[in-house]
Design a protein around this ligand. Sequence first.
Ligand code: PHE
Length: 370
Amino acid sequence: MTDLTTLESDLAAQVAAAGDLAALEAVRVAALGKTGQVSLLLKSLGAMSPDERRERGPLINGLRDRLTALIAGRRATLEAAALEAQLAAERVDLTLPAPPRRKGSVHPTMQVMDEMIAVFAEMGFSVAEGPDIEDDFHNFTGLNFPPRHPAREMHDTFFFGPGEDGERKLLRTHTSPIQVRVMRQTNEKPAAPQWASGQAPPIRIIGPGRTYRCDSDRTHTPMFHQMEGLVIDRNIHMGHLKWTLDAFCRRFFETDAVVTRFRPHHFPFTEPSAEMDVQCDRSGGSVKIGEGSDWLEILGGGMVHPNILRTCGLDPDEWQGFAFGMGIDRLGMLKYGMPDLREVFGADVRWLAHYGFSAFQAPNLASGLS
Ligand code: PHE
């Protein structure tokens, strides 16, 4: 009797003292396991006389049942505490700010291209395109470059190896081939019919795209962007060209203070020809348009050479026109103060994060154009 009572209170104390599930399991095994104290007592019943068994049996079974219930209760308490601790440790603090996510941005060249298209579209120009890989005819011969003329060398052309017909394709050195493609009549079966393939005058197009020359310094990269302009109509003259470009500059730079200058120049495909510079001040690290004594050349232009009109099936006595080609990246450098053209194509995400534009703003709004 007494030994059972002592054993029960002793085991009950051990159950209450078990601090975690492992300790509780150790107590259970020591009491109720195969060779546990209580199990051995139960086993000893078999060796007892029937009278003794009748007396001890209920006592030992009662002890086993109460102990089992006690352990189950303690286990439930410990499991609840363990779950509580785990929940506390894994708690998610919803008030913490989310980790920053890097957002992509619109490359300044694409932004500037869209802004330029927006300005010319307001003036009634539509967009034409041509292939980056050109043939000699569209890049040179059709544009009045005489064979072996040094101007071909001036362009530092990237040539491909000769094809099956012996002809060497090239990466276009300017967007002027688009002029020829637009003016040539459809019935002349252009080499790549998916590109701009002939349009009758009047013509008023711009042709933006990538251009390539073997050249690299602060203001030159082997790949850059140009936008061609072409207007063909009756009685077009240099005055129209100057007005169009001045109006474009005021609108694009969003200030009437823009000062431009035309310098006489030579292009095989225009006569007369000129280059246009924009006045700017680059002394203080930032670029100010219309101030200072720096000039940055942004385009070449002139009156379309009669030979080209003839090559494209247009009578120069009936049709005249002007053409220009401007550097898109150069205009971006000027407008957004980017000092080195090489960085523009460096694909440095820090540079892009600084100079890039939000993709969720319409291009003509980001710059204040409306
Ligand atoms: N294609 C010339 C260049 O790349 C620019 C130009 C275009 C000049 C049209 C006159 C007319 O330098």
